[in-house]
Design a protein around this ligand. Structure first.
Ligand code: SF4
Length: 446
């Protein structure tokens, strides 16, 4: 049975002959009733701020919003694990009628009284209902800052007020709000980089930090994976920002350029080509001959070590067809390159929050007949994966059941995973996982 695509969705899908001008429509609100896979504004903000290891998070809203909590990311910590807790004001009907500020103030007081260690920073998330009833969360935060002498930062993240990307921006504003007061004391530049848009899933930040250390590049601050209040406030002193997940952090990099004069480059540590290029580009951006030489030597050595692993699995994967549906465009681009390295064809590719320029790069990397779609829903994924005979879907937790129900193998590339897919070590994990999934005998019984 051919699944029909909603008329309003056709302009966001390549090949549906509805696109006005070049490319597909993206960076817009989801179509109502289309069952978008995107999360809400609050979730976008929470997902970026959550990995700050010693931050406290109070979700001002009904308890349901707080269900989006520590297990949303497999972020690892080298120190505090306070971020694994979540606090909620648990708003009830009477609070919605008479206002929820009293409850918020008591929640902050209770946290300050009972929390151990004492908070240095608390993020207060205003959710949908708080946006509707109009609680003055900012005033509450200002009062708490004066009363306790710590940072209490509002994130005005009513779920309905935009897309998940809006939540990313609000999180970036909250980070700027946190580090801005330390601009003066960190105005003298130190040789080193800030690593933006990596969330230390399965310890990936530690892998990349080790590479940079070997090349001779110190990391001043990681934002936000394995970060803390004390490391974040040093960020203004860095000489360069390297931005992995541009979808969530390009805006922060822009702000840091404007206010702290830190230039930035986009990087990706997924796949041999992107990992190698990124390390060399970072070295060039820093501009020291010795660092550039060391980066080239490091990449040459690692490529020689990992190319035979790709070559070993390539004959089993050559000609297989892949579908991709991930959060941001940067990851989709890296995945297409990884599949190209393996001799596989990407037949369907989509993202939740991809940008125009990312879709242009995607178009240049895939075949003319590849279906490219923005903000897809499960029905569309089902239709195009079936039509294109995909052998594997790379996606997140929401796509896994769909894939298995269709008898298509699945690779989890989302924040819940427990094994690293970044860096050279990640290449080996990824190739092995794709091989064992695609070539599993179980698919013969579907
Ligand atoms: S959409 Fe609104 S109610 Fe739902 S989780 Fe997001 S903030 Fe909470």
């Amino acid at each position: 049975m051919k699944i029909n695509v909603l008329e309003e969705r056709k302009s966001s899908i390549s090949g549906m002959d509805m696109c006005k001008g070049k490319g597909i429509c993206c960076e817009k609100e989801s179509v109502s009733g289309a069952v978008s896979q995107r999360a809400c504004v609050y979730c976008g903000a929470r997902v970026v701020l959550n990995p700050i290891t010693d931050a406290y998070h109070i979700v001002h809203g009904p308890i349901g919003c707080a269900s989006y909590t520590w297990d949303i990311r497999g972020s690892l910590t080298s120190d505090s694990d306070i971020f694994r807790n979540s606090f909620s004001t648990d708003l009830q009907e009477t609070d919605i009628v008479f206002g929820g500020i009293k409850k918020l103030n008591s929640a902050i007081d209770e946290l300050m009284e009972k929390a151990n260690p004492k908070p240095k920073v608390i993020f207060i998330y205003a959710t949908c209902i708080v946006g509707v009833i109009g609680d003055d969360v900012e005033a509450s935060c200002r009062t708490a800052e004066e009363k306790y002498g710590i940072r209490v930062i509002t994130v005005k993240s009513s779920g309905f007020s935009g897309t998940k990307s809006q939540g990313y921006k609000l999180a970036c504003d909250a980070i700027m709000n946190l580090i801005r007061p330390y601009k003066k004391e960190n105005s003298e530049k130190i040789f080193g980089v800030n690593f933006l848009g990596d969330y230390n899933l399965a310890g990936e930040i530690w892998i990349i930090k080790n590479y940079l250390k070997e090349i001779g590049i110190p990391v001043i601050s990681t934002i936000t994976g394995d970060s803390s209040y004390d490391t974040l406030i040093k960020a203004p002193s860095a000489t360069l920002n390297i931005v992995q997940c541009a979808g969530s952090s390009a805006y922060l990099a822009e702000k840091m350029k404007e206010e702290f004069d830190i230039p930035s480059i986009k990087v990706s540590f997924f796949g041999l080509e992107d990992t190698s290029n990124s390390l060399i580009r970072i070295a060039y951006a820093l501009g020291y001959e010795k660092i550039i030489e060391k980066a080239k030597e490091f990449v040459k050595r690692k490529s020689a070590e990992y190319t035979p692993i790709i070559d070993k699995y390539k004959p089993y994967l050559k000609g297989k067809k892949a579908a991709i549906f991930v959060g941001g465009g940067f990851k989709a681009i890296s995945l297409i390159r990884q599949f190209n390295e393996l001799g596989m064809e990407t037949v369907v590719v989509g993202t939740q929050t991809g940008k125009k320029e990312e879709y242009e790069i995607i178009s240049s990397l895939v075949n003319e007949n590849t279906v490219i779609l923005d903000d897809a829903n499960p029905a569309e994924l089902e239709r195009f994966m079936t039509e294109k005979n995909a052998d594997i879907l790379v996606g997140g937790v929401k796509e896994r059941p769909l894939s298995y129900k269709l008898g298509i193998s699945f690779c989890d590339h989302n924040h819940e995973r427990k094994h690293p897919l970044a860096g050279f070590e990640g290449i080996e994990n990824f190739v092995k996982e794709v091989h064992t999934s695609v070539n599993s005998p179980v698919w013969n019984y579907v």
